[in-house]
Design a protein around this ligand. Structure first.
Ligand SMILES: Cc1cc2nc3c(=O)[nH]c(=O)nc-3n(C[C@H](O)[C@H](O)[C@H](O)COP(=O)(O)OP(=O)(O)OC[C@H]3O[C@@H](n4cnc5c(N)ncnc54)[C@H](O)[C@@H]3O)c2cc1C
Length: 418
């Protein structure tokens, strides 16, 4: 079958990978001149298989007003005359219940563990290189109530308990000595032994390079924005870019947060809204104090990962629409937090700032579904976990498209469940 995949981020490329392996003739189209230039470019780098609790959490509701009042808070909100923004916020508030959170955790965990096995397979069988490391993750809690809530989740989810341990502050610092500056500031941590990290952009480049060579290569059409999905008699018959018309037997939309508009143009409404985040990356000099584990500062909503010879610091969730400008004062928050945590070597570091739009659903669950036309497939809405979940979602999509039963339950990833 001829299949056009829209979007050369990690989700689109992973989708193309499994579709190609099923023998399809795949073309990936992206408006950017290279692959992995959207949200997949400089994200937090965490393959966070067991730490998959969604942002929608009963604890978060009480904190949001305080965060919104702080200029350096982890969440910022700019109200807009945009019904999508208000609809998304209303649905997000509804998802901030214990039951909704437990449902998302219950459906995301099998997906993330499945994704982990597929990532490990990509590395072992295909030698993909992307600064991948199996280093484990430490989530730090400054607030006793948040720590208590994390421990409750651990206790109530036996699948988590086998890989995770709750640690007191001394045990956290003994495990990750680079955090010494936080002595007296943290209340405890959850250590997960089985977490990984890697460079998502490098994974995109590696996937694209492998797929574009060999028999039945995937065609990459880059630097071409999609302008229209052509639909006749309930089928997508062609995809129009700014320069050409591509006939197709099936179409996969994996365009991140831009999918909402693209699909809206053909009357398919999806609850995917951009949550803007930021990262900074800097090369590690020999004297740099940096973590070996992936570290998450839970209250600050900041993650730290060592990616090859660089430190990546990422965080923030700004509800400001499709605004891709890098705001200097948000970057300064990341620099100040990183400096307070790892020391003054950051003053002399060569820092690369970046911003990206997380394609977020209110529940935190992605959408992998066939809607809007017989041959139109969505692989969207991966929010804060797209790097982690890309392989699992792509495999579910390829299985469903081929009429095979996916290896994991997928009903919670239907558009009707979003
Ligand atoms: C600050 C930050 C930190 C994060 N940290 C992590 C993390 O540690 N771990 C994790 O798992 N996830 C993390 N994420 C989330 C992860 O980066 C995203 O979920 C993931 O990159 C989404 O991938 P995607 O392929 O759906 O979107 P994208 O990477 O944005 O790809 C979509 C592509 O579609 C293209 N496109 C859009 N519209 C059109 C059009 N009309 N025509 C042609 N092409 C189009 C874009 O150019 C883009 O390349 C983070 C995100 C942010 C912002």
């Amino acid at each position: 079958m001829k299949i056009v995949v829209i979007g050369a981020g990690v989700v689109g490329l992973a989708s193309a990978w499994y579709l190609q392996r099923d023998g399809h003739e795949v073309t990936v189209v992206d408006r950017a001149a290279s692959v992995g230039m959207g949200t997949s470019h400089a994200n937090g780098g965490q393959l966070s298989y067991r730490y998959i609790a969604p942002l929608a959490d009963p604890d978060i509701l009480g904190k949001i007003p305080g965060w919104l009042l702080q200029s350096g808070g982890p969440i910022r909100f700019r109200p807009r005359f945009d019904p999508d923004q208000w609809r998304w916020l209303a649905a997000f508030m509804q998802a901030c219940t214990s039951n909704a959170k437990l449902r998302s955790v219950a459906s995301l965990l099998p997906l993330s563990l499945y994704s982990r096995s597929l990532v490990h397979e990509l590395i072992a069988e295909h030698g993909l290189e992307f600064d991948f490391v199996r280093n484990g993750k430490l989530v730090l809690y400054r607030d006793p109530a948040s720590y208590a809530s994390a421990r409750r989740l651990l206790d109530s989810t036996p699948e988590l308990a086998s890989e995770q341990s709750a640690l007191d502050p001394d045990a956290c610092l003994a495990l990750e000595p680079s955090l010494e500056r936080l002595r007296g500031k943290i209340h405890g941590g959850i250590h997960t032994r089985s977490e990984d990290a890697g460079d998502c952009h490098k994974l995109c480049l590696a996937l694209a390079a492998k797929m574009a060579s060999g028999p039945n290569p995937v065609r990459l059409e880059l630097g071409q924005a999609i302008t229209q999905l052509e639909r006749h008699n309930g089928r997508i018959t062609a995809v129009h870019t700014v320069v050409q018309r591509l006939d197709t037997d099936a179409c996969v939309v994996a365009a991140g947060s831009a999918s909402t508009r693209l699909l809206g143009d053909i009357g398919v409404r999806v609850p995917v809204y951009p949550l803007k985040g930021y990262s900074i990356s800097m090369p590690l000099t020999p004297e740099a104090n940096a973590p070996t584990l992936n570290v998450t500062d839970y209250e600050r909503k900041i993650v730290y990962a060592r990616l090859g010879t660089r430190l990546r610091v990422a965080g923030m969730a700004d509800i400001v629409g499709n605004d891709e400008r890098i705001v200097a004062r948000r970057i300064k928050v990341l620099i100040d937090e990183a400096r307070a945590t790892f020391g003054a070597w950051l003053d002399h570091a060569d820092i690369t700032p970046w911003t990206g739009l997380r394609p977020a659903t209110p529940s935190g669950r992605p959408i992998v579904d066939n809607v809007g036309a017989d041959n139109l497939w969505l692989n969207i809405g991966h929010g804060a976990l797209g790097f982690t979940l890309a392989t699992g979602c792509a495999r579910v999509l390829a299985d469903r498209l081929a009429g095979r039963q996916p290896a994991i339950p997928h009903a919670d990833f239907l558009l009707s469940a979003a």
